[in-house]
Every structure is written in C-alpha cells, then in structure tokens.
Design a protein around this ligand. Structure first.
Ligand code: NAP
Length: 530
C-alpha cells in the first residue's frame, strides 16, 4: 500500500494544510517519506463536526453490530501483513518480533472489547420498579443505564506504536463504549499511524457506520492536540506520554467553558521492594530477573522497574555484585526517537552529577545514534528522602537502588513515593509479616501490586489495573488497560416513569438483551424479565 501522507477526516483522505512532520528512523536518523502535513484549524473542526454528527447513531448501534466493527478493525489490521511491521520497525527501531507480538496484542485487545460489548454488562442496568402505594409518598419507576460520553480525542503513545496508538487501548475502549474517536497521531510513527488508520476507516465502510466515527490527524507541533481537547464537541481525551504533555492537555481541558476529563498516563518509577529473606535466599535469581526487566525494550515501558528498595547488608551486597556482573553484558538498544534518547541521556547525566547517587553498573554503549546504555545507580534512604530529583522517572533502562538501614526507613521511602502504576514485593514466607505492614501504604500509592514477579508485561484482561494516583495517571479511579477501561468513556443516565416503548432496549421490562440487572436491589438472572 502506498503511503499518502494524508489526514483521514471521516472517509476522506485529504492533505493537511500546515507544516509537515516526517517519520525518522531512530537507528540511522534518516528521514522517512512521505511528509505528513499538519491539520489546519478548519480540518480539526471538520473532524469534530463529523464525530459530533455520528455520535447518536453510533452509540445506539446494537451490541452485535458494534462488536463486529471492533473485530473487523482487528481483521483489517492483520491484513496489512508485513508492511505494517516493516514500517513500524523503520519508524521506532523496535525489533520485528516485538512488533509482531504487539500487533497480536492490539488485535486481541479489540476482540476482547468486542466480547465485552456483546456481553452488555458494561451497561450496568439498574431497575427500581414503581411503588405507587408506598407511604407517605409513592416511588416512581427508575431505570439506569450507561451511555457513551461523546466524541473522544486519543493521543497515540510513542512507546506502543500499535497497542497504544491509533487502534490501541484508548481507541478500542472508547469505540467499545460507543464514542466516535479522533486520533492525534504521535509524530514518531506517522506511517504506521496512516496504515492502521486506513484499516479502521475500511472497517467503518464495511460495517456501514457513520463516517465520523473515526478520524486521524497529524501535526508537527501541539496545535492540533490543544485544538482537539479545546473543541466543545470533544467530551474526553486519552493520552500516554510525558508529564508535561499530559498536564498541558489537562490544563487545556480544564480551561474550557465545559471542562472535560483527560485520562492521561504519565510517569511512574514502579518501586520494587526486595525483602530480607527473599534477598538472602535468591539474590542471584533476583538480579537476573531485575536486569531482564530493566533492559527489556531499552527500558521504554511505563512499568519499567526504575526504583529498587532494600535493606543494607550482605544479602543486598550479593544482589549488587550480581547486577554489576550482569549489566555490562546488556547491549545498547535503539530508543524510539532522538527526543526520547536525549531525555534519557539528560536523566542519566543528572543522576551521575548528583552527589547523593553513585553508579553501580553500566551497560554497553553501542555504536550508532540513539542507543540506550543501561545504568544502575544507588543511594541511601536519607538521601532519597531529602532529594526529590531522585524520585523522577528516567524513561529508559535506568534504575536507582535505595538502601535502607532499617524497616522504618523502608516504610518512610514507601510513604514518600509519588503515585505509581505498579509496586512489586519480592517476599519469602519469613517476609510476610513485614510485607503486611507496608501494604496499606503501597495500596495508596499504586494501581497494581505484584508479588515475586516483575512489573513489565501488562496482561490485557478483565482484572487488570493499569492506572494509579498522580503522576502515574491523572485519574486514579480508572485503568487504561483491560476491559474496565471502557468505563472511562461512559456516564449513567436514569429514566424515570418512562413508558416501556420509549425506553432504550436495555431497560425494557422483558429484558430483551438478556442482561444481568440489579432489579429492586437483587442481582437477577440474565434471562429474566419483570
Ligand atoms: P510526549 O512528548 O508527552 O508526547 C505525547 C503526545 O502528546 C504527542 O502526540 C505529542 O505531540 C503530544 N504533546 C506533547 N506535549 C504536548 C503539549 N504541551 N501540548 C499538546 N500536545 C503535546 O511523549 P513522548 O513523545 O512519547 O515521549 C517523551 C517523554 O514522555 C519520554 O521521554 C518519557 O519521559 C515520557 N513517556 C512516558 C511514558 C509512560 O508510559 N510513562 C510513555 C511514553 C513517554 P507530538 O507528536 O507533536 O510530539
């Protein structure tokens, strides 16, 4: 398929009217064709107007029709074949196998949301039937369901060019909820974005849906993104990226006449606590697991283990010796963009220049541009608590070990952490009592707690929480991975004393969709009507 460099405004493939952006091969710093001209203000408006016009018809599509649409997108992405993998490889430097896995995850995610849509549980139907004889006042018939929020702006993430980009988790969950989506493509992978965007547009045509259900816009700066979240027709936004970018979009969303939610996933250092018995019993295995997790994908995972916390002593010394032997074998990997590489290099230099931190080990530096050299640093708990710069995310394969003199220092380190996507505990039986005392603090800090694993690797499923308090995300009440992500784009509506014929199908008395409903305070069987 020939890449056009065009925007997709509904079903129209049109050239942008502002300054262009090119993909850059981060392995060579070569510019990739074609150029992607940025959308003008009028083109952003057109996409928003189409999304607005599409919303009511789209959110009332049948559960089956919407599920088929999501499955159709997955099929069209698969049909792109190797061309998608080759272009994504050229634009991101990510290895082919990683991208193939990510494509599988993207399609599985769309199909999981299709299953979720079909099951209809997300409608969360609640019925309180009328009590006309109730004293002193009669009760009305009250019925609640969830409806789509309206058009959603999605910002593709640089570090997941497929699974968290044009047809990734934010888009899949918003479309599943019944929201039209306008994607602001990440400038790091415009060609990949065009290919996937055209797959989505094809699915819209195949499924005979309104064209405004999906648009794809490019930009060489921040104008399109800000214009999108500022447009009155956009009702929510999904974002993964830097804290600065997320905050800028949140501020724009709050400055509107009608503020809207921005679900932003920003920064997390994912603390890993190595408890005394676990460290004593398996220092070598822990070091191997840590180095593998730290260096996976050049450390460009939001769940990368950026902070280790452990008590000083011979067990920690053995762990550090093993890390010192392993890290120099780690080869330098190409980072996603020259910008991300510069930010990583600046973060590493800041740690090297900080008198409160010392280098434990460094990986291979590698030849060629934008190569990530792994780094492990160490500091004392008192220094960590005194210097907030040591709490910052260094996006890439860098991690800081915080050595504590006693359990109270471990507790204090946990208490002083910012919000996190994950917190990990490596424990043996003898550690459980101490672990239990730290759990209340860790639950307050993180969206996902893991035992004896590593935080990289986020399962897409019903129970996953990929979220957490600020700055991990802008809204700790939700998740951006897993089927619960659909709830971000829904809101409840109550229908009072509606005649059955005027009610939405999901709320009708015969329960024609066979939903599990909360009927007069009781969970009822899906087959029941009233
Ligand atoms: P980014 O700079 O925040 O960019 C993400 C998206 O937001 C892009 O579409 C970008 O536009 C847009 N954007 C950025 N700043 C904006 C602003 N002030 N106003 C409006 N739109 C804005 O993130 P990135 O390029 O992916 O990576 C940069 C850094 O983000 C990394 O070094 C890392 O620190 C962090 N990051 C964190 C995670 C995580 O999950 N924790 C993931 C990825 C990145 P353009 O496309 O035009 O740049």
């Amino acid at each position: 398929m020939t890449l056009t460099g065009n925007l997709l405004i509904g079903q129209q493939s049109v050239a942008g009217e502002r300054q262009s952006v090119h993909g850059i091969n981060p392995a060579t710093n070569q510019t990739l064709e074609p150029a992607y001209a940025g959308a003008s203000t009028e083109q952003v408006e057109q996409a928003c107007a189409l999304a607005w016009a599409a919303q009511d018809a789209y959110r009332e599509t049948s559960l089956a029709a919407r599920a088929e649409f999501l499955e159709c997108i997955a099929s069209h992405i698969e049909q792109l074949g190797d061309e998608l993998i080759e272009r994504a490889h050229a634009e991101t430097g990510l290895p082919h196998a990683r991208l193939q896995g990510e494509r599988g995850r993207t399609c599985q995610q769309l199909r999981l949301f299709a299953r979720t849509v079909r099951a209809g549980e997300w409608l969360d139907v609640r019925v309180d039937t009328a009590h006309p004889q109730r004293q002193p006042l009669p009760r009305s018939d009250l019925r609640q369901r969830q409806i789509a929020l309206g058009p959603v702006a999605v910002f593709g993430a640089s570090n997941f060019p497929l699974a968290f980009s044009v047809a990734g988790g934010d888009t899949a969950s918003a479309l599943a909820a019944g929201c039209p989506v306008i994607v602001k493509a990440h400038s790091a992978h415009p060609g990949t974005s065009e290919l996937v965007g055209r797959a989505v547009a094809r699915a819209i045509k195949d499924c005979a849906l309104p064209e405004g259900v999906f648009s794809l816009l490019f930009d060489s700066g921040y104008q399109v993104g800000i214009a999108l979240v500022s447009d009155w027709r956009i009702k929510a936004a999904g974002f993964t990226g830097s804290r600065t970018g997320g905050l800028a979009l949140m501020q724009a969303a709050q400055a509107r006449l009608e503020p809207i939610p921005v679900y932003a996933e920003m920064s997390s250092i994912n603390p890993v606590l190595l408890f005394p018995a676990a460290l004593h019993n398996r220092a070598q295995a822990l070091a191997e697991g840590f180095v593998a997790s730290l260096t996976l994908g050049a450390g460009q995972f939001c769940t990368n283990p950026g902070l280790l916390v452990a008590q000083k002593g011979p067990a920690l010394d053995a762990f550090l010796r093993a890390v010192t032997e392993l890290i120099p074998h780690s080869t330098a990997q190409t980072m996603l963009t020259p910008g991300i590489f510069s930010a990583y290099a600046a973060g590493v230099t800041a740690l090297q220049d900080n008198p409160r931190a010392r280098t434990v080990a460094a990986g291979q530096s590698g030849a060629g541009p934008n190569r990530c050299q792994a780094h492990v640093f160490i500091t004392d708990a008192v220094d960590f608590l005194a210097d907030h710069r040591l709490h910052a995310e260094t996006f890439g394969a860098a991690s800081l070990v915080v050595q504590c003199s006693n359990n109270e220092e471990i507790r204090q380190v946990c208490e002083h952490l910012e919000g996190q996507l994950t917190a990990t505990l490596h424990v043996d039986d003898a550690d459980l009592a101490l672990a239990r005392t730290l759990l209340p603090s860790l639950e307050r800090k993180a969206g996902r707690l893991l035992v004896n694993g590593w935080p990289t690797g986020v399962e897409v499923c019903d129970a996953m929480v990929h979220g957490g308090p600020y700055p991990a995300t802008s809204d700790a009440r939700t998740t951006s991975v897993g089927t619960a992500a659909i709830q971000r784009f829904l809101r409840p509506v109550c229908y009072q004393d509606f005649p059955d014929k005027l009610l939405p199908t999901a709320l009708q008395k015969t329960n024609p969709l066979h939903l599990h409903r909360l009927l007069d305070g009781q969970r009822e069987d899906a087959s029941h009507g009233e």
